[in-house]
Design a protein around this ligand. Structure first.
Ligand code: PXP
Length: 248
């Protein structure tokens, strides 16, 4: 059975958009675990567009209370590595990061020597200061990238499903992705490493992946927060209308 990691970055996006103190990340984290999620994922970006430094210990504390892991997604910027070494999350997922991108736009370019070296250094630093933290690499499922990932001492890979998810929404043929994922899983599984998936997934696009039965973990965020608007808008309006009418 696969695990669901819920990415709550976009709860923080709503807060940062107005510079308010709500919505509360603590309350969101508690709700996510009360609903059965197996992990919370947050991405501390260099530009701090959603998650802030102060959110990390607050969310981590809720994870500890529920006995569930915090998965901290991050780039390799030295100050972020330092923060992870201090916070000691259960998982770190190393991702590429460009300031101008709207969201993480692809996996790590592991076949690039400079990128490989930067990651290798970041992994060494994490292992030295927080040896209990497990590390995953956010990568594409291409054979060369999978082979390169096996040269790094990490516990898992998270396959970037962004392009797959886009093609799903456009009703395109998905077989090329499903074949790639199966071939990648064979190698990663044989090496005794975890095989995770994330980015752009919805309740529908995750189904063919679940059917494949090869992913141990899915990290899903944006769609969950979007769908929560529709599941939550009605009751909130009903309640506020009662208040406005002096009936509650
Ligand atoms: N996994 C990784 C590595 C990501 O960068 C993201 C986006 O922050 C996600 C999962 C979640 O993606 P989405 O919000 O599109 O579901």
């Amino acid at each position: 059975m696969s695990r669901l990691g819920v990415n709550i970055d976009h709860v923080a996006t709503l807060r940062q958009q107005r510079g308010e103190h709500y919505p509360s990340m603590q309350r969101a984290s508690e709700l996510v675990f009360e609903a059965g999620a197996e992990q919370i994922t947050i991405h501390l970006r260099e530009d701090r567009r959603h998650i802030q430094d102060a959110d990390v210990p607050i969310v981590h504390e809720v994870c500890r209370k529920f006995g569930k892991p915090l998965n901290l997604e991050m780039g390799c910027a030295p100050e972020i590595i330092k923060l992870a070494c201090k916070q000691k999350p259960e998982w770190v997922c190393l991702v590429p990061e460009k300031r101008e991108e709207r969201t993480t736009e692809g996996g790590l370019a592991l076949t690039d020597k400079a990128v490989f070296k930067r990651l290798s250094d970041a992994i060494n630093e994490l292992k030295q200061h927080t040896p209990q933290t497990k590390i995953s690499l956010f990568i594409e499922a291409h054979a060369e990238t999978i082979d390169a990932s096996l040269k790094l001492p990490v516990h898992a890979v998270e396959i970037h499903t962004g392009d797959y998810a886009k093609d799903f929404l456009e009703n395109k043929d998905l077989s090329k992705y499903l074949h790639l994922y199966q071939a990648a899983h064979k190698k990663i599984h044989a090496a005794g490493r975890g095989f995770h998936a994330g980015h752009g997934l919805t309740d529908q696009s995750v189904r063919p992946l679940v059917k494949l039965g090869i992913f141990e973990e899915y990290n899903i965020g944006h769609w969950i927060v979007c769908e929560a608007v529709f599941k939550g808008l009605g009751p909130v309006v009903r309640e506020l209308r009662m208040i406005c009418r002096g009936e509650a």
